[in-house]
Write a protein that binds this ligand. Structure first.
Ligand SMILES: NC(=O)c1ccc[n+]([C@@H]2O[C@H](COP(=O)([O-])OP(=O)(O)OC[C@H]3O[C@@H](n4cnc5c(N)ncnc54)[C@H](O)[C@@H]3O)[C@@H](O)[C@H]2O)c1
Length: 276
């Protein structure tokens, strides 16, 4: 059901790869809520993913870009302003990748060129995007910029590896840039710390099924789905959240505040019984 929360708003959505992607769901909801926007992803993702299907569905143009390249980001932002007829009101950064995770390099045996790549793609690209947008004065006053994070920025989760460092940096960038962009242009910058979700990036973390089961049992409201995450993004892009900035907002069914739950305790006791 649409509430027209983004009526008249323009945006740029980075990171929709296929229909499981969080960014894909955000694009669908943003369109339902009355926004117009451009879509962007890497040339390789455009070849292997299905972004053209989404583009057709929501009537958006696709602009290829590698978010680690400042020139590409300039092209995306300038082209978006041309296509949409002016400055934008929202930007979604829904981008992450770690070759160390993909290649099963453990945290005490990282490949440093992969580590640089993890940080560049998953965190520094957020700074680059913001810096380019600010220099081009591309975002309207009271605009909203969001990036997607994960609780591994605060706590150690087995196998999340160097992505934990990238997420910590991502959240810090939201605060540091949020101060400047807020002070000068009333533009808000936040991160959403989302539950584990089955997507291409999510499935890269080995054992995601066990993790999903654990967080489901630990969270009073259960895991948040990609669609629920998209709903939250819409609220944060809308004028209903104008004074929220520089925050990392947990969207995880309560997981981040839990220590032990009844369901997890029952499961733990069951395992001990099985062992006996
Ligand atoms: N899936 C989860 O469990 C989960 C949980 C919390 C946060 N997140 C975060 O949500 C965001 C979106 O991930 P997702 O789960 O929807 O997976 P996804 O695989 O659908 O999206 C990741 C996207 O990053 C893009 N990307 C990779 N390198 C890029 C580059 N150099 N330039 C531009 N784009 C690039 C990919 O093409 C892909 O579209 C990520 O930041 C991820 O860390 C995911």
């Amino acid at each position: 059901m649409s509430h027209n929360l983004l009526s008249g708003k323009k945006g740029i959505i980075f990171g929709a790869l296929d229909e499981k992607s969080i960014a894909w769901k955000v694009a669908e909801k943003a369109s339902e809520e009355g926004a117009v926007f451009t879509l962007t992803n890497t040339p390789i993702a455009l070849r292997f993913g299905s972004l053209n299907v989404l583009a057709k569905q929501v009537g958006a143009e696709i602009i290829p870009a590698d978010a680690t390249k400042v020139d590409d980001l300039q092209t995306v932002i300038k082209r978006s302003m041309e296509i949409l007829g002016g400055k934008v009101d929202f930007i979604l950064h829904s981008i992450a990748m770690s070759m160390n995770v993909r290649k099963n390099r453990t945290y005490d045996d990282l490949d440093y060129s992969y580590f640089h790549q993890t940080i560049d793609i998953s965190a520094m690209s957020f700074h680059k995007m913001l810096q380019v947008a600010k220099k081009l004065d591309a975002i309207n006053r009271w605009g909203s910029v969001l990036a997607l994070s994960y609780i591994a920025a605060q706590r150690t989760l087995y196998r999340y590896n160097d992505m934990a460092d990238a997420k910590a940096m991502l959240e810090s960038i939201a605060r540091s840039f949020g101060y400047i962009y807020g002070r000068e242009k009333q533009i808000r910058i936040n991160t959403i710390s989302q539950s584990p979700t089955i997507t291409t990036a999510g499935s890269g973390v080995k054992g995601i099924d066990a993790l999903l089961d654990f967080t489901e049992r630990m969270s009073p409201l259960g895991n948040a789905t990609a669609e629920e995450c998209a709903n939250f993004c819409i609220v944060l892009f809308s004028d209903l959240s104008r004074k929220i900035t520089m925050q990392n907002l947990y969207h995880d069914g309560g997981f981040s505040s839990m220590g032990m739950s009844l369901k997890a305790m029952n499961q733990y006791n069951k395992c001990l019984d099985d062992e006996d």
